[in-house]
Design a binder for this molecule. Structure first.
Ligand SMILES: [Zn+2]
Length: 191
């Protein structure tokens, strides 16, 4: 599948919006990605994640890990395609960690996946959690890298689609200056 075909799937499910948005970080942006709207369709999730898995198969992971909640379905479907285990990390008192009895054998080759990489922060936290549990992170994958490929994770990194999405401080947002109303996706309120 080409990047254009994948983006068409996102647009078809209203998972890639263009306009003026307030992100959960508080920054403003002209594009908004809501992967859950694509991943709610198991067959589409399976199709996209098997595409991602094919790009990462050569790394020979036996475990796939992702940060909850956004990464859980991606982890599960990539692991299904690779015949690997699927784990997820969660925050406990602010620290990303493996809970629920999940464990890794020493040096177990592990892939870290995400739905969307924005700054790479949660990906880095998940890598650290896997390493602290004894696993060896062999690579990183995402459905969409919206950092334009700039998020540096110090590991082989693959995304189905790389987008260079601009984020703006509200005080510097050109869309605000143009008087375009900002929308907070996922809520009904408009600013
Ligand atoms: Zn704005």
């Amino acid at each position: 599948m080409t990047e254009t075909e994948i983006l068409d799937i996102f647009r078809k499910h209203a998972a890639l919006l263009e306009g003026h948005f307030i992100l959960s970080s508080g920054l403003h942006s002209d594009r908004y990605i809501q992967c859950a709207l694509v991943l709610q369709h198991p067959r589409v999730a399976e199709q996209l994640c098997s595409e991602l898995a094919a790009k990462l198969r050569d790394l020979c992971p036996v475990v796939v890990a992702a940060p909850a909640l956004g990464g859980v379905i991606v982890s599960h479907e990539v692991a299904r395609a690779l015949g690997a285990r699927a784990l997820f990390t969660e925050r406990q008192e602010g620290v990303m960690t493996l809970r629920r009895g999940f464990s890794l054998a020493p040096g177990e080759p592990t892939l870290v996946v995400e739905d969307v990489v924005t700054t790479g922060l949660s990906t880095r936290e998940t890598i650290r959690a896997v390493e602290q549990a004894g696993g060896k992170v062999v690579g990183v994958g995402a459905l969409i890298d919206r950092s334009g490929g700039k998020a540096d994770l110090g590991l082989p990194k693959t995304a189905l689609v790389t987008l260079n999405v601009q984020n703006y401080e509200p005080s510097e947002c050109p869309l605000c200056k143009a008087g375009i109303p900002a929308v907070k996706p996922g809520s009904r309120s408009k600013k």
